[in-house]
Design a protein around this ligand. Sequence first.
Ligand code: SF4
Length: 467
Amino acid sequence: MHVQGQDRYQATLFPERLDELIGEDNPVRVIDAFVDSLRLKALGFARIEVKATGRPPYHPADLLKLYLYGYMHRIRSCRALERECHTNLEVLWLLNRLAPDHKTIANFRVDNRWALTRVCRAFVQFCRSQALYGGELIAIDGSKFAADNNRGKLTRKKELKEQLKRLDAQISSWLDGLADDDDDEPPPSGGDTQAALEALKAERATLTERIQAMDEAGVNAQPDTDPEARLMRHGQIGYNVQSTVDGKHCLIVDVDVVHDGNDVQQLYRMARRTQRQLKEQRITVLADAGYSNGQLLKRCRAHGMSVYLPVQRSINNHGDGCYFDKSEFTYHGKGDFYECPAGERLAKKTKTSRERHWLYTTEACTNCEIKARCTGGKQRWVTRHFEEDVLNEVADRSAANPLMMQRRKGMVEHPFGTLKRRMDGGRFLLRGLQKVKAEMALAVTAYNLTRAINLLGTRQLCQALAA
Ligand code: SF4
């Protein structure tokens, strides 16, 4: 005989309470305790106060609990969450058997998008109070998340300009036609021609507006479904998610979503936000080569941060490898010049503002005996970055501690891996920058909740949240 279950038609004298079915160590209890510990009104949630008239709304706490549960269990769509409210025992317990419809669930996430980012910060502050953050070692990383926009649904500025050209030609030919007609008799379809011309002009105005909008945003293409997303490398349409992770337990400290597909402008901004979140000044920051930026490294140094990253510089001309490398030129701070292998002094001559380089050279190259080993041009030019000092400092520090780069990988890969797995491989459901920020905030809060449960356990965490 096989193992037998309980008869589903069996009546009991004392029916089980829902709470008895949820174990003391069930993580869903942490979500409940965390949301109950929040001051939702101060965080900016709507509908805290109930109006005297009309249908009473759902309490934001219930909907927030539902979303946090969903993001912890890879259930993100409002229809799927609605289904869980009817079938999932943990959700039945969490929401006291409330079952909001999918529209109410969807509106909550959109209407409270700012408040959701504050919830994420509130949990970081709670974890700080439990000494779960070390506040010493921070790793910054960025990853591309796909927007809710099909790859093929994209309008390029080039195409719009061509369309505009064709439209202009059409309008002028119609205007010419009208002028010819005016010379003779009015055309029988004169009214329709005028209306069609107006329609063409309206189309032209729309095209011009779209081109202007792209110019203002500094982009050459705009997605059709989510116009706020950007065309990233490899044809992906999405957003760039930036996050900082603490070295002690790999908890996420901060997250942000930006349009810029490149990480090069993000180092200082993310590091400063992290300093404020952790209320620590002297942090060590780990980042990859994509964050190498002399100006921002200088600002990080000014704020007491010690940064480790592989410094990227433009390659100085050394031909096919047979010319002298830049390292064979000695820089003299006193006098601000380079000394070349022939012992000549290369003085500062000009600069390239775009690359932020000073250029050094000497007239002595013309008669130099070893010129064939130095340059194929008229004279050798040596570049020096505007922020060469700080770049050298970071490069030396990073070279002296190669393990730091390995450490960075270990810290940032796990959180992003988990976030992407929970978000269908890294795909947003909502459209627009602020809405995807809210989605990311929910995902990060859910990640940190899971991590904190693994570290402290449900009971201890619930006790701390209730205190
Ligand atoms: S070519 Fe110019 S820079 Fe190079 S070694 Fe000769 S003098 Fe110096």
